[in-house]
Structure formats: structure tokens, C-alpha cells
Design a protein around this ligand. Sequence first.
Ligand SMILES: [Zn+2]
Length: 477
Amino acid sequence: MHISDLPHEILSDILLRATKANEAEGESYTYGLTQAPLPLQTSKLSKYVRGPLTGESLRWDATNAIRQVCNQWHDWALGYNLEHVLERTWRGSERWAELTVRRRKYSIYELIDKPSGYAVYRDPYGSLKSTDRLFASLPSAASHVRRLWFNGLYAAETDKLILSIIANCTQLQYLSVPWTILRRATAQEWVDLLNVGTAGRTPLHSLELNAVCLSKDQATALELDTTSNPLKDPRVDFSSLKRLKIFGNTLHKPVCDTDLKLIARTATKLECLDITNLSTITVAGMLALVKASSETLQVLEHSPRSDDGFYHPHPGRLETGEHICELLANLPQMRDLSISVPSMCAELFSNHEVKWAGELQVRATDLCNCKKGTEGEKLQAALSAARTLMAAKRRMHHELSTEVFFAGCIFEPEKRLVHGDFAIAELRSGGRWPLDAQSSTLGPYGQSGTYGKDEGLWDAISEEEYLHAVGKGWVAL
Ligand SMILES: [Zn+2]
């Protein structure tokens, strides 16, 4: 029997093992210059190991031999190499001309004692341009792409190239793009990007928008762009999208609540919504999407934390004054919840039918005004409701742990512990409180503890003792 007659899965497994073995044995480093030589200057050059090769280069080298065997193997190798495509700018914009581009010849290069060479200019978008050319001329290659990832490309020129590459990848499922695409692409380009109901094309499954602060030139160019918001066009349809992630802060035309409300008109089947590390989206924008996808949403992360660590930006207020706790507690498919809300109360933990599992994180600025009572009583009610919920889950053999971030402290209801800096409260009590404090491993920056910034160490005290201090007015909520 010929090897090509084997069932596809078995052949694929054999080729994959061979590729992995090639990858382990192949060249994994590239070289550079100690300094780029200048004209009319004789400086001693020495070569150095510049850094590891990129994952794509490693994978490409590993299938070199396989690609040359026959059509079937060539096709398999293209699928392996092009399933995930990552594009980034070329750092340094230079290359040592004398270093061979054929990495298999590196061993000969290593024998050269006195290296010579000069820096050559490299187009920072060269790789993006060649990818675009390749996919435009070879649709069969583009059809292997399942995931596209663009990093560090924010110019109008690169946005165009990115959109052109996306348009050629008919089976694309996962896309990670700079948020500038939202600002510069037209409605038609968004229709082609999301691919809902287009024959022969796969609708997009997952979309990530990443934002950063731009350099002055790039920022000005973006501000001057006059493309109207593509999301306003009713043809832009997010109904097939399962995962939406928005990440990173920017000052320039950032993703905002208005965008999310427009997306929410059609995004009715989201399973995962992740809004992290940015302060331009408030709880109102998040809730618009949560309500639109309330039947399907399983994972929700909204943490506007930025570099400020624990002291995150305010999650914003709801003009409608609706009760978020009730809404969040009644999402039928919700599993994984980590949220920042303007206020919380015991109601959030009242539904014992929830599917919540793993770690639940709630960051709240205030306590809800839905019930009468002092702030201390409301907090106590919320913490004990969380405890009851966790106990109910455990009886069903589901593990759920909870962390509540409130009033500058971290509460662990299960352990009845409160972590925080209680120095001021201790002064206020005239040194009579706390009776029993242990040092805490947590800090204002959450689980990972301190980031080496200047700050005092945290203590952990019992919930009972904390609430006692609240009652005495030593701790202000
Ligand atoms: Zn509430």
C-alpha cells in the first residue's frame, strides 16, 4: 500500500509528527550585527545571535521538504503553515545583507571569523505587502487561513492592506485587528469582514479589536480621517459572531459606548464578551451587548483596569437607573463572570440556579440603593449571600470561589477575610483596632501582588472585625 492511500487523518498525523521533529532540529536563531557599519569607517564588527526565529519561520522551515513531495503533501503543508497568520511591523527596518536568507546555510556562516556586511533598508510593511500579494494571486493558499492576527500596524496604508488580506481569506474564523479598522473601513468592507450569509464564505466567529496610543503623526492622520462610522449601516451584521474582545486604551477615536450600542443591534449570539484594559467603554455600553446576547452569553469580562492597577477607572453610571445585579444573576448560560459595576448588592448572588463556576470577580464602586439599611448592613448582606451561593453550588459539586473588590479592599467571603491597608483605621481607633491582623499576600494590584511600586504592605483581617470597624466609623465605605 502506498503511503498516500492512507486515510487522511493518519497521513496528517504522520506529517505532523515529521514536521514537529524537523522543527525541533532546525535552525531556531538568527544573527545580527553589533552595529550597522557606516561608510568610510572601519569599525570592528562581530556577529551576535539576534534572537529566536518567529514561530511562522520555524513552521515554514519544518515543512520545506514535505512541500516538495507531491500535490497532496504540499497542500497539507500549506494548511499547516497558513492556518494562523501573524503580521507585525519589521523592527529595526534593517538587515545584514551578507547573512544568507537560506537558514539551512547558517552553519557555514558560523565558520566565518571576520564577518563583514552592511545594513540594508527594509520596508517595515514588506511582510504585509507580500502576504497581500500572495493571497491575491493564490486564492487556494488564502483559503487555508483560519486565523489572522495583526499587531503594531496602525497607518492608513496598512489598514488598506489588512482589509485586502481579510477579503481574500474566505474561510477566516478568528480575526485580531487594530481598532483603526473600525474607523477607516467602509460599511461594505465590514460586510465582507463579517461574512454573514455570503455564499462560499465562512462567517467570522471571533473578533478582537486592539487599541494603543499612537505616535503624533499617526494620531493626526487618524483624527483627520472622515470615513463615517460603518456600524451605522444596517447591512453590517454581527449575528454570527460568537466572541468579541476589545482591549487597550487609546486617546484617538477610541471604541466607545456608541459603537457597542450599534453593534448590539445585531450581536445577538455572543458567547464571550471581553472588554479589558480600557476606560472608554462604560457599564452602559457593556450592558447593551449583554442584553442583546443575554440568551447565549457564557463568559463576561469587563474590567476597565488600566496601568493604574487596582484603582481602576470608574465603571460609569447608568442613566436608566436599572438594577444590574438582577440582570446579571439571571443570564441563563453565564459560566464565567468578572465584572466592574457601579454598584452591587445581595441580589447579585440570589439566584442559586446560575451556572457560574471557577472564579467570580466583582469590582464595585458602591452598594445598591435597592434596600434600606446602613452601608455596613448592605455589605454584610452581600457577603453572606455570596457565601450562601457558594455553599449551594458546592452541594451540587460545582466549585465556585468569589472575590469582591470594594472600598479599596479585597473581600474573600468564603474565608471570611478582608485584605487591605488598615493603617488609617487603626489610627482612628486610637490603636484599639484591629485585634488580630495577619500579613496578606494580596495587594492593590490584585492576585499578582505588588508590581514593585511604592506602597505599604497589606493586612488581612476577619470580615467580622472589618464590619465592626465600619460600625464604629473607623473604616469609611
Ligand atoms: Zn444590586
